[in-house]
Design a protein around this ligand. Sequence first.
Ligand code: IFG
Length: 531
Amino acid sequence: MRQRRQHRTLARLLGSLVLVAAAGLTSIGASAPPSAAGAPRPLGQIVPAPASVTAGGSAYTIGSATVIRVAAGSPETQRIGDYLAAVLRPSTGYALPVTGGAGADGIRLLLGAGDKALGDEGYRLTSSNGAVTVTANQPAGLFHGVQTLRQLLPAAVEKKGKQPGPWKIAGGTITDWPRYAYRGAMLDVSRHFFGVDQVKRYIDQLALYKINTLHLHLSDDQGWRIAVDSWPRLAGYGGQTQVGGGKGGSYTKADYQAIIAYASAHYLRVVPEIDTPGHTNAALASYAELNCNGVAPPLYTGTNVGFSSLCVAKAVTYKFLDDVVREIAAMTPGPYLHIGGDEAHSTPHSDYVAFMDKVQPIVQKYGKTVMAWHEITGATPVQGAIAQYWGTLGNEAQVAAAAKAGTKLVMSPANHAYLDMKYDAKSPLGTSWAGYVDVDKSYAWDPATFVKGVPAGAVLGVEAPIWSETLTNSSQIEYMAFPRLPGIAEIGWSPVSTHDWASYKVRLAQQGPRFTALGINYYRSPVVPWV
Ligand code: IFG
């Protein structure tokens, strides 16, 4: 009897020895599959793909003694440290104090004389068993390094409750900087209104992928969404409804400034758009004198386009625009003010040209750079103006001509970058005038060469618009924006040499558990090998 018990004990001991040895094998040096318990995620497996990755050396493990070290006396890096701590503390359960005290250990966020190549938004992240160090020339670079650091940890780090670790960051160095300076997303708050908290939620999500510009489409036929003190009926009357006849809404100046503040705390600048001369029914309905015939049309809750126009001949039109641009420019720290210019089908071409000749100087007078949809290249864009391309063919000669003459481009080809395009015929939301755009098609383009004849240097970057004719809440925005938005962000950030669907789709698939952990309602496209 005793002997049998001895055998059993020996067998158990042997069994556990075998288990320990097996565990040891997978963690010693072997590139353990990401799924292996505790193995860190491979260094380069993030979105957007980094400019340069050198893996090697031992991983850093976040533990109970880890401190987050920020540059002493720098409130901005303190804030970035607090932002990182707010992500890590709930899921790791560690205290993770943020300190200005110098030290060689911990998670270090340092502003320093990084090399010029990093620019203002780049960073260097080094990870070893003693510390993870992010260095950058500017706080924006540290913030982007923090987004990378989040993705190097297991997706569970994004959860709000305590998760089992370990919390390892693979050893090595990432040196990273953006390809384009303009990496944007547009939210149409006119067709359906989205409140400040919904905009903040979207900003949180854009920041994950190093997007640095939020374009707000603040006015259209169906709604005027921003208070203008000198023309109070614009928001008061023109903001009261929306597509489908619902309540609508508008931002007070305090709301708008809260959005600006939240965006800049996430290193995004805001580009306000007042669409003109078309897409103006809400303004025309609010003030009879803005109409050529002196009669205000009714408020509009449908989804047609091209039926409205400001009255190009009337002087009051330019008084109106001067007041609107002045008040919005005064609240907008960013360099750009977007005047729309799309689908002006009810404005005779010669009137359109005359209108743009009068309105662009108003924007410049208030210290902003003109931005407009690419139809402005059919008029005379002022020096330094930015045309936002939303075509699908890339053969628009007038766009190429304007680019050759100095107009800059932001690329939003509708058959790749429009996030309101249905994924396929079964998509319950969105439109399909530019065709069906699944995740692979959304990724399959290059901003530098999309429009024939455009000098590569004319392209400032990319932007992913989401139009809200069919979208009424954050969950629906997320269903259309994810997983395509990260791909547009990658096209804007990563070297074109990394642009490869076969490898991107694997990296994108690994974002799936993060979307879930963050409560992002993403579409599980069949073209992505979700984990
Ligand atoms: N085109 C219109 C938008 C919107 C969109 C929906 C632009 C610049 C179709 N203009 O895109 O107002 O209706 O996909």
